[in-house]
Design a protein around this ligand. Sequence first.
Ligand code: UDP
Length: 317
Amino acid sequence: METALVTGAGGFLGSHLVDRLLADGYEVWGLDNFSTGSPRNLTSARSHRTFHLLRRDLIRPGTLPKTRTIYHLASPASPPRYQADPVGTLLVNSLGTLAVLRQAARAQARVVLASTSEVYGDPEVHPQPETYWGHVNPIGPRSCYDEGKRFAEALSVAFGRTEGVDVRIARIFNTYGPRMALDDGRVVSNFIVQGLRGKPLTVQGRGDQTRSFCYVSDLVEGLRRMADAPPRRVRGPVNLGNPRGERTVAELAELICKLTGGRSEIRHIPRATDDPEHRRPDLRRARSWLGWEPRVPLAQGLEQTVREFRERLGNAP
Ligand code: UDP
């Protein structure tokens, strides 16, 4: 039986990945300290005989299970969450990544590192190819995450060079879907919660900054293809995200307002410091190395997400 360890298994992405691996017939160890993830996300996983929950902090000493693949997702990931714990964010991306890589070297496991489009900072190149080195403020409010992930990438390639560890770096762009924490603070989750409650949708600044959004099932498929690619097929970091349907935040607010009942007004609030102006992946590597690109259109993915948020909020249509 194929085996995998997922760090950050209780998070939004981690829990969808666990469900997918179990459906694919894997034995899965899911590790989480639940600092930002939730045990509730693992409710269905926990009914599987082949799922093992490891409730612990990756940066504390302890042995990790021997598996063929390690998906390393553990880290706070939304701007308000990582900014609330900047030291913890830097430590899980440095010490936590070190623990994962040492285990991979011992067990000869392959690793999929969940990196981020944030390594590009506030990009001066649009869309962003993996060859772009980025424009990051090393001491700004986002630096704990951006530099933490940049360090994790650097440590991974160092382990590749010195220990021969097979690490595949996925640079994940904005992703959304069911199970995002209601208080995650991201734009999609904020707007849906606000819309369903009939509260104003909080658009930061003029709302002309852009993002392109990938539905979670597509993203999970991309992570699976990263892990399953033959050795040496993936020869560098790979962007995973949606190159289509780039939207301004103001346009997204209008769309979500409609999908949630149209009762909300738009309220402009101050823009966050160092907020990137534009973000969209150049997807050529993912297409050519993995044969992957997202399939779910934004309106369809948002409908599914709104439906699940509605259930959680106890807010019947
Ligand atoms: N944003 C917003 N209102 C909110 C939350 C976010 O206008 O309530 C904006 C934010 O300024 C940014 C974009 O939405 O330009 C995406 O923010 P998010 O936190 O979802 O992710 P990011 O792409 O910044 O990591």
